[in-house]
Design a protein around this ligand. Structure first.
Ligand code: B4P
Length: 186
């Protein structure tokens, strides 16, 4: 199975990705985690990325696509993958389409987690990650509306989009995602 998880910052992509990975034995590819690993390792890329992430902006498409290319070519297990937090711009989405075409492995579905803005701010303030200050969160939501939300239309046009209500209990949302995926496969 090959899935993209799409949604605003704090919509629960990371949370639901972990459950899907366990359920379907998928390879989890989170660009946020990959970038945080670079920051923790103190690489040149990590030093550049840290300032951008702390400001609530997006790391360049070129860097992110390079990381994804390497992962898709080398690290995906037999059951497929889940992309968590990628793509986040139309150029990243087009880049992904090209990579998957090259590999002959098209996406099965794009799960779009829908959550209200005030709930997002509350969740992220409670999480207390370094880039979870109120100012950065508002900036990330603005960048999301501007650069990532257009992907909803992109994947709707490709017939891949599955809208899932992302408010409520974590397990209830997970059940909704499983139903949406069953629907996508039938
Ligand atoms: P990410 O790591 O992708 O983080 P996120 O979008 O903020 O969080 P996510 O949606 O995964 O929410 P989570 O499950 O944790 O990005 C961080 C930064 O990296 C970006 O701002 C950007 O700078 C950079 N970046 C990443 N990918 C990039 C790309 N492709 N291109 C360029 N830059 C990129 O949930 C949030 C909180 O809510 C948690 O505390 C969780 O416990 C809680 N929660 C989850 N579900 C809940 C529920 N149902 N009810 C209540 N709380 C819930």
């Amino acid at each position: 199975m090959r899935i993209v998880l799409l949604g605003a910052p704090g919509s629960g992509k990371g949370t639901q990705a972990e459950k899907l990975v366990e359920h379907y034995r998928l390879t989890h590819i989170s660009t946020g985690d990959l970038l945080r690993a670079e920051v923790a390792a103190g690489t040149t890329l990590g030093q550049e990325a840290k300032a951008i992430m702390d400001a609530g902006k997006l790391v360049s498409d070129e860097i992110v696509l390079g990381m994804i290319d390497a992962k898709l070519e080398n690290d995906v297990g037999p059951e497929g993958f889940i992309l968590d937090g990628f793509p986040r711009t139309l150029d990243q989405a087009r880049g992904l389409d090209g990579l998957l075409e090259k590999l002959g492995e098209p996406l099965d579905a794009v799960i779009y987690l829908e959550v209200d803005e005030e709930e997002i701010v509350e969740r992220l303030l409670a999480r207390k990650r370094e880039d979870d200050t109120e100012e950065t969160i508002r900036k990330r939501i603005e960048v999301y509306r501007d650069q990532t939300e257009p992907l909803v239309r992109h994947y709707e046009n490709e017939g891949l989009l599955k809208r899932v209500q992302g408010m409520g209990g974590i397990d209830d949302i997970f059940m909704r995602i499983l139903e949406a995926l069953q629907d996508a496969r039938s």
